[in-house]
Every structure is written in structure tokens, then in C-alpha cells.
Design a protein around this ligand. Structure first.
Ligand SMILES: Nc1ncnc2c1ncn2[C@@H]1O[C@H](COP(=O)(O)OP(=O)(O)OP(=O)(O)O)[C@@H](O)[C@H]1O
Ligand SMILES: [Mg+2]
Length: 512
């Protein structure tokens, strides 16, 4: 048994001021296995990985890798040992090219000089092996979508022949087909005899790809289980430490009388190059309108147009009955539109500032009198949302960088909620958020709608849309190919629209 173990971590402890992030945790991974590391937001998953890879120094414990004790003091050392990691926060260089990002620090050389031609062609071949062809590897990374950036992080990890591949939420911005590609890659790595540690909040993926799961709760080990012995319900119950039936089987209330409500936003024939073609939508007070579509269907671009971040070439937008000329997000914000973007970093998360400052940055003006900011009011608002969204922090003054990924996400959502928008655009609001917290976010969306806020929600998880939305618009290749009312919404109907979308008769669509 022991010789089957590639990794054995025992008695790992890691404290941060005021938090026992890991308390005497044992964790081992067998050779050739895909091992899930599970737990709620803030349970200690990323911390355990960072201890393994030498980014954090453990306070106690022992790490045996391939039969030998190891104590890497930085990521380069752990990579040298054969541990390759994709972190939750993509640690890539946005201004360097795709190829450079894949080979940074390990560029193939010829006569001592970096051989750019080889770098590029190898980068292209790694990506096309992963099934992502057609990427311009000479272009800077930031010119590509978040999904491509994530694929680049994975390509980088794969380009070294690792014996242990660690993936901390690798699929959070991948489409379903890309997840399929990633799983093929994982199976190949596994067939080579290497092991994988897989962290994800998406249960279906964990059940599909993993053999074993270790569950953490509040920094402590709950146990290790073969996947075959677990059900989704049992797994979530172990993660949260109580029966999860109520969390998993909640019924949403269907909103009635939508047609009589006031239209908050009316978009007509929005068009912009190839990605947005003649899209018309209405969103009314208290309506939760979901936008479904495969990656590249134009979902995020539509959101950006409605938020004034991208100008349409044609078409118009009305907000509460008035023509809106949105030249920038500032114009949209003035009219009461909020936008929580899929890309945390781009949105301006200030890691060195406090949770409170990050949260109230958009309402500083309202909290000040005569140029003096009321700390008291700021703290009160921050505490309200910390409680409301159940954000795991030591207090409103904690630095943002010290929060777990999912909790940072909640702070960004709170930033918009405290501005009290009339239209809230949520692009992938559940990304990186644990199941319990997802159900809290669902409650918050329902609450917003109940208070008359119009909500536009984008998600690549159909289940999330079905659970929260009372109307779903389906996009395909930049076009609206259908709209479903609450009574019509089903996964099957949405899938059908994806499938037939691009060939749909536009007249028939408009008649719906
Ligand atoms: N650098 C740090 N300084 C202070 N506290 C930290 C630091 N890093 C992590 N923590 C705390 O340790 C705990 C565990 O965090 P960790 O990031 O490991 O959670 P996680 O299980 O990865 O959660 P998520 O699913 O949200 O990513 C949290 O309470 C977090 O706030
Ligand atoms: Mg994490």
C-alpha cells in the first residue's frame, strides 16, 4: 500500500493570524490516481496545495514525495521535483505572448539564444494536442479570452513532464467542450502513471474524473473516501458538517405577472461585428433573465454592451423608458446598472486593501460628508454584507489577499449590491463558489428580484440558470436563437436551441 503512495503529507499545520487554516491534516495521493480535494470556501484546500508547493511554509508536519521527505521552499523547486501546479489565481504574465507564457523560464535555446521559432511551434503543438487549435501564440495573452488563458496555464503545467499535476479549480472558466478536452488530458496524464490532485466546486466533474476524495472542513481533515462510496448528497453533507438535503433540493418560486411589470432595460437590434447580431431583449422589474450560450456565443459581449463597456455598431438601449447613450461603464452605473464580471482580476480587486475598502469603493462618495469618509458607516455596510453573504473573514479590516478564492468573489458581488442597482448584470456569479454558498447566492438573486431589481445572469452551468431564472434567452454564434418562459425552461429545450441555433429561422425566433 505505502509503496503505491506518490505523496504522503502528515500532521500538516498552518496558522495565519487569527485563523487555523490547516489543523493537523493528513493527505495522501496514490500513483496513477485522480484525487479530489474537497471542502467549502475557506476550508483550506488552496492552503494545503501552497504548503505542498512551498509557497507557504508549514508550521508543522511532514511531506513525503516519491518515498523521500521534501521541503520545497518555492514553486520552482517543487516543479523541479515533478510537481506541476495550476493555481486558482492564474499566475500568468498578461503582456507576454501565449508561447512565452507556456515556456517562461524554460525556453528551448539554440547556441545559448532563445529559439523563438521552436518556442512558438512547440506552444502551438501542445495547444493543438489539447484540442485547442488556431490560437495565435505570438499575440499577448491578454488579447485572448479568459478560457484560452486558462488553457495556457494548463498547457504550461503539461509542458513539463510532471509526476503530480495539481489543479486548483482548473475548469472555472472553461466551456463544456473544453472541460471535455481537459479531462482527456487528465486521463492521458493518468495513463502515464502520474497522479492528479483536482479541486473543483463542480460536483458533476468531480464525480466524473476522480477516483478518491479527501474532504476538509474548517482546516481539519474529515476523511478520505473512494468516490464509489460517495453520493453528491453525502459529499456535500460531509463538507458542511450537516445534512445537505435542504441545500440541494430547494425549489424556486416562479414569479408571476411579468408582463405587467415595468421594463427596466430594453435593447433593440444590438449589433457589433461578428459577435453580436441583432439582439433584442427586455428585462422587467423583478425579472431574472438568464443568458445561455456556449463559449463564443456572445454572452459576455452582450453584457459588456449593456454596461457601456463596448459600443454597439447598431441598435439602441433604453433604460426605464429613456434612450441611453452609454459611452462608458460610468454612464451605465449612473443609470443604476451594476455589472459583476466573470474576470475577478480585470474588475479591480485590490489585494492589499481591506475587505471593507474593496467592498465600499463604489459608495465612498455617499458615505462621506464634506469630503470626510464616515468609517462607522463604512464598517456597518461591510459588516452587513459580510453577514448577508456569509463571507469568511476575521473582520471587515482583513486584507483582501488573505481571503480564499470563493470569499473574494463574494466581496466583489457585495461591492455591487451595496450600490443598490436597478439592473444587476451577473456574469458567472457562481464561479468558484461552493455549493452551500451557491445556494446563498441563489437566495440573494431571488431577494434582489423580490425587491424589484432586474437581474441579467450569464452562466455556462445550465443547472444554475434553471434554478435561478424565470426567463432564459439562448444565444448561438452572436444571435438570439430563442427565449423560454419559466414554464418552458428545461435543460433539453436549451440544448435543442444550442443545437439548432445557428440554423434557426429568425422570423420564428422573433415570434416567440
Ligand atoms: N495569506 C493568508 N493570510 C491570512 N489568511 C489566509 C491566507 N491564505 C489563506 N488564509 C485563510 O485560510 C483559510 C483557508 O483558505 P484557503 O484559501 O485555503 O481556502 P479554500 O479551501 O481554497 O477555499 P476556496 O474554495 O474559496 O478557494 C481561509 O480562512 C483564508 O482566509
Ligand atoms: Mg482555494
Amino acid at each position: 500500500m505505502t509503496e503505491d503512495l506518490l505523496l504522503k503529507m502528515t500532521g500538516i499545520c498552518k496558522n495565519f493570524p487569527g485563523v487555523k487554516a490547516l489543523d493537523n491534516v493528513d493527505f495522501s495521493v496514490q500513483r496513477g490516481r485522480v484525487h479530489a480535494l474537497m471542502g467549502e470556501n475557506g476550508a483550506g484546500k488552496s492552503t494545503l496545495i501552497k504548503v505542498l508547493t512551498g509557497i507557504y511554509h508549514k508550521d508543522a508536519g511532514e511531506i513525503i514525495f516519491d518515498g523521500k521527505p521534501i521541503a520545497p521552499s518555492d514553486a520552482a523547486q517543487s516543479q523541479h521535483l515533478g510537481i506541476s501546479t495550476i493555481y486558482q489565481e492564474l499566475n500568468l504574465a498578461p503582456y507576454l505572448s501565449v508561447a512565452e507564457n507556456i515556456f517562461i523560464g524554460r525556453e528551448p535555446r539554440r547556441f545559448g539564444l532563445i529559439d523563438w521559432k521552436t518556442v512558438r511551434s512547440r506552444a502551438r503543438s501542445i495547444l493543438s494536442d489539447m484540442g485547442v487549435g488556431g490560437v495565435d501564440v505570438a499575440k499577448p495573452l491578454e488579447a485572448h479570452s479568459v478560457a484560452i488563458q486558462q488553457m495556457v496555464a494548463i498547457a504550461r503545467a503539461l509542458s513539463v513532464e510532471a509526476r503530480l499535476l495539481v489543479m486548483d479549480e482548473p475548469t472555472s472558466s472553461l466551456s463544456e467542450s473544453e472541460v471535455g478536452l481537459l479531462f482527456d488530458v487528465i486521463r492521458r496524464v493518468q495513463a502515464r502513471g502520474a497522479s492528479v490532485i483536482f479541486i473543483s466546486h463542480k460536483m458533476s466533474e468531480v464525480f466524473e474524473i476522480c477516483d478518491t476524495a479527501t474532504i476538509l472542513r474548517d482546516g481539519c481533515l474529515v476523511g478520505e473516501y473512494p468516490m464509489a462510496d460517495l453520493t453528491k448528497l453525502k459529499m456535500v453533507s460531509l463538507m458542511i458538517g450537516r445534512d445537505a438535503t435542504g441545500v440541494l433540493h430547494k425549489k424556486k418560486e416562479i414569479s408571476r405577472g411579468l408582463d405587467d411589470r415595468r421594463v427596466v432595460l430594453k435593447a433593440s437590434d444590438l449589433t457589433r461585428s461578428q459577435r453580436t447580431k441583432e439582439i433584442s431583449i427586455d428585462i422587467r422589474t423583478g425579472q431574472v433573465l438568464g443568458v445561455a450560450g456556449l463559449l463564443g456565443s456572445g454572452r459576455t459581449e452582450l453584457a459588456r454592451i449593456l454596461f457601456g463597456d463596448t459600443a454597439p455598431e447598431d441598435g439602441e438601449i433604453e433604460i426605464v423608458g429613456k434612450r441611453a447613450h452609454l459611452k462608458s461603464p460610468r454612464d451605465a452605473i449612473k443609470l443604476g446598472v451594476g455589472f459583476c464580471s466573470e474576470d475577478r482580476k480585470a474588475e479591480g480587486l485590490f489585494p492589499h486593501m481591506s475587505v471593507m475598502e474593496n467592498m465600499t469603493i463604489g459608495v465612498m462618495g455617499e458615505l462621506s460628508t464634506g469630503g470626510v469618509l464616515s468609517r462607522k458607516a463604512q464598517t456597518r455596510i461591510a459588516q452587513t454584507y459580510i453577514d448577508k453573504l456569509n463571507i469568511k473573514v476575521s473582520g471587515p479590516g482583513q486584507r483582501m489577499s488573505e481571503l480564499s478564492g470563493g470569499n473574494q468573489q463574494k466581496v466583489l458581488l457585495a461591492r455591487w449590491l451595496c450600490k443598490k442597482p436597478i439592473l444587476m448584470i451577473l456574469d458567472e456569479p457562481m464561479r468558484g463558489i461552493d455549493l452551500g454558498a451557491k445556494s446563498e447566492i441563489e437566495d440573494i438573486i431571488a431577494d434582489l428580484a423580490g425587491n424589484g431589481v432586474a437581474v441579467l445572469m450569464i452562466s455556462s452551468e445550465m443547472e444554475e440558470l434553471i434554478r435561478s431564472c424565470d426567463t432564459i434567452v439562448v444565444l448561438s454564434e452572436g444571435r438570439k436563437v430563442g427565449q423560454l418562459t419559466a414554464a418552458e425552461i428545461s435543460e433539453e429545450r436549451i440544448m435543442q436551441m444550442f443545437a439548432h441555433g445557428s440554423h434557426a429561422d429568425p422570423e420564428a425566433v422573433n415570434a416567440q
